[in-house]
Design a protein around this ligand. Structure first.
Ligand SMILES: Nc1ncnc2c1ncn2[C@@H]1O[C@H](COP(=O)(O)OP(=O)(O)OP(=O)(O)O)[C@@H](O)[C@H]1O
Length: 320
């Protein structure tokens, strides 16, 4: 008997041809999986469709669209244990990159067909589900500037251009960050709280690698004191992200915790998984192992040790 799944498809996401893309997905998945297909509309979003699918007791949910669609669908699935398939067709595709899921339609479909799953953490920010990150300040201003029309025309460049434009009027603010055991007060231009983040989310890259299944959130504080400092800090974050090392600049800080309460003065705009949600204050907490996601076969089990290649290696199994 075939497996079954609810497929939630956003027909306006990305820059491709939605009819052809849906046809391709059906031809790749339907030999193995019976699909119940629902299209999002301006009125009915992916979270409503996913909530209804959860109520119907579906075997799996597959979401196909940009980051907005993927996070909206994921939000209804957190804590349900229903396996979640991701087919990214957006501009930034941060969701797939952060969870290391292929971002081409055929490889994403193969991942779902293979059927390997892995638990990853999720989070809630001001009561709203979060899979990737909450950005305060600079990032939120940049996302707001890159509107759908600009993204259609320019793709990823829309975000980069908005970021460059935004550097010109870099604002800093007072911030208070509270964890279970600390209250930190400082000045900043950007605060990012990440559950999972792709390397392209530069402002999240303070720590040496963001771990998305450790039950903790990673917070990065970027506090440059000039436009030149902001550029230098960004370049440093790009370098450390590509080498998976932690930052070493006085104007960048980071910490890990299970939850954060953040206040800013003046209040700052907040972007949550790519969508504007209003202004600070925010409260974010992690939901360990909140999502069960289809992942490529080689990631289903993360290796707990690596010994091969060590010089003169011998490994002896002890008799217990
Ligand atoms: N049929 C539709 N017509 C108009 N808007 C829609 C429709 N379906 C979904 N939407 C809207 O699309 C938005 C989500 O878009 P999504 O993020 O998936 O794609 P994108 O903007 O192309 O990608 P990215 O976020 O990577 O730039 C939501 O705001 C949702 O309300």
């Amino acid at each position: 008997m075939n497996r079954s799944a609810c497929l939630i498809f956003n027909p306006v996401a990305g820059q491709g041809n939605p009819e052809l893309e849906l046809e391709m997905i059906r031809s790749l998945l339907e030999p193995e999986i019976d699909l119940d297909i629902y299209l999002t509309s301006a009125e009915v979003d992916a979270d409503q469709l996913a909530q209804a699918a959860v109520k119907r007791g579906v075997e799996a949910i597959i979401a196909c669209g940009g980051d907005g669609t993927l996070s909206a669908a994921a939000s209804a699935i957190i804590g349900t244990g229903i396996p979640f398939g991701i087919i990214a067709r957006g501009t930034a595709n941060a969701f797939a990159a952060a969870l290391r899921i292929p971002n081409t339609i055929d490889a994403a479909c193969m991942t779902i067909v293979q059927g390997e799953t892995r638990y990853v953490d999720a989070a809630y920010c001001n009561g709203k589900p979060m899979v990737l990150l909450a950005g305060i300040g600079f990032e939120a201003e940049t996302v707001e500037m890159a509107d759908r029309e600009a993204k259609k025309r320019l793709g990823m460049m829309a975000y980069i251009l908005a970021g460059v434009q935004q550097l010109g009027n870099l604002q800093s603010f007072q911030v208070e960050i509270e964890t279970e055991d600390k209250i930190i007060k400082t000045k900043a231009s950007a605060i990012t709280v990440a559950n999972a983040a792709p390397p392209s989310s530069v402002l999240a890259q303070g720590p040496a690698g963001i771990i998305y299944d450790d039950g903790l959130l990673d917070l990065t504080i970027v506090a440059p004191n000039s436009k030149a400092g902001a550029i230098a800090a960004t370049i440093h974050l790009l370098q450390t992200a590509s080498m998976s090392s932690a930052v070493e600049r006085d104007d960048i800080g980071y910490l890990r915790a299970n939850q954060f309460k953040i206040k800013a003065e003046p209040p700052q705009k907040v972007v949550l998984d790519g969508e504007m949600i209003g202004k600070t204050p925010i409260e974010v907490y992690c939901v360990p192992a909140g999502l069960k996601v289809f992942v490529p076969f080689d990631q289903a089990l993360s290796p707990t040790e690596k010994l091969e290649g060590l010089p003169n290696l011998t490994v002896e199994t002890k008799q217990l």
